[in-house]
Design a protein around this ligand. Structure first.
Ligand SMILES: [Ca+2]
Length: 95
């Protein structure tokens, strides 16, 4: 787990940046910096959220290690298999 106290010693990790972006783009619908009851409801059970697209974007983001917006087949396959392995073993997986 990364906390803002860690920011004094290291740069914010990419996964934290991604979660902040998801919070701003998808979860904090009225942009007040907090999640109210309705926003939590929509987060837990979103009416039109495309889980497949979100998972694909997540895998591509994780695969694009050099952040050039291009992902090779090998990079994608490695990340996909690591995610499947980590989900099956219930362990945290980061690169
Ligand atoms: Ca809000």
């Amino acid at each position: 787990m990364w906390s803002e106290k860690d920011a004094e010693d290291s740069e914010e990790p990419d996964w934290v940046k991604l979660e902040r972006r998801h919070f701003a783009d998808y979860r904090d619908l009225n942009n007040d910096g907090f999640m109210d009851r309705d926003e939590v409801q929509q987060w837990i059970s979103p009416p039109a959220f495309d889980h497949i697209k979100a998972e694909a974007e997540h895998l591509i983001f994780q695969s694009d290690a050099d952040k050039v917006q291009v992902v090779s087949t090998v990079q994608f396959q490695v990340i996909y298999l690591l995610n499947v392995f980590c989900e099956n073993c219930e362990i945290s997986c980061t690169l």
